[in-house]
Design a binder for this molecule. Sequence first.
Ligand SMILES: Nc1nc2c(ncn2[C@@H]2O[C@H](COP(=O)(O)OP(=O)(O)OP(=O)(O)O)[C@@H](O)[C@H]2O)c(=O)[nH]1
Ligand SMILES: [Mg+2]
Ligand SMILES: [Zn+2]
Length: 312
Amino acid sequence: MEKGIVVEVLGPVVFVCRLEGERIAIEKPYACSLLGKKYRNGRPVPGDRVNFVIHSETVQRRDYQGVIQSIDERSSLVERLEPGGRRPKPLVANLDTLVVVASVGAPPLKPGLIDRYLVCAHHWALDPLIIINKWELAEEIDLLYVRLYEALGYRCILSSAYQKIGLDEIRTILERRHSAFLGHSGVGKSSLLNELFPGAQLATGELSQQSQRGRHTTTASRLLPFEAGGFIIDTPGVREFGITGIPSSELSDCFPEFRELSKKCRFQPCSHTHEPDCAIRQGVENDDLADFRYQAYLKIYAEIKEFEKTQY
Ligand SMILES: Nc1nc2c(ncn2[C@@H]2O[C@H](COP(=O)(O)OP(=O)(O)OP(=O)(O)O)[C@@H](O)[C@H]2O)c(=O)[nH]1
Ligand SMILES: [Mg+2]
Ligand SMILES: [Zn+2]
């Protein structure tokens, strides 16, 4: 039996690289099948650690090279609710860092979406990192948002896959870490990863002429190992990112700048939506808290409430 890490899942085929201790073997992944349909932890996703048996070192046409026997307990699991979906879909496992990738220009910077990913990072206790790509197209308003996020304590890397800006910084921070690139379709996640991992040959795609949105070029997540250790997982971009698995009562904990202040709300717990003497609402009025963050909170809060109603 070998220890391995799942790098990609394509339908029934799970691609696995061997683990030598903590290090991922830099090799062509083994095409593996699953042992039956049900595993205790559900189906494997990239980042999962598995125990597998290798049958064949060579790929013989469409035959499997190995079989996955079991999936290890996960230290973290990022899930997402697809538009119109009812059940969360597992996306990637065992991360320590969640990288939100956004762009300026096209698609334009959307703080609302960045906030959603940051909420998830906090909820799953992952270190957040923000990358703003296509920075060669930045305008003043974009820099303003970057300053606001930095003031909240988030690290922002300004990058351009075209002009090869920010790549060393990304590598320095993410080497030896276990991270995934998440964000809108078309922001340049795969383009950046192709620069960081020569030979990765990830597909990248033009934006739609009409909407200036991405066309969902990446369809399956793929794990890319660093030679120095650690990995980054490329994920398919989303149009919407439905928050799932966070109770409405825990949402305000996922906004770090709310934490201290919310202790001063008259009502405990306080939803910060309508209660009198709410320190958060007061903070927004006094400009101690950024209004766009509070608006993001209200929007996600309303969504979770709506979802919770359907659960009873
Ligand atoms: N101007 C500019 N365009 C870029 C940059 N990086 C990527 N692009 C372009 O943006 C488009 C989308 O890039 P992708 O790498 O496919 O984006 P993605 O985030 O992987 O998209 P999905 O796989 O759909 O989630 C392509 O046309 C890229 O050439 C950049 O730094 N500047
Ligand atoms: Mg992509
Ligand atoms: Zn309050």
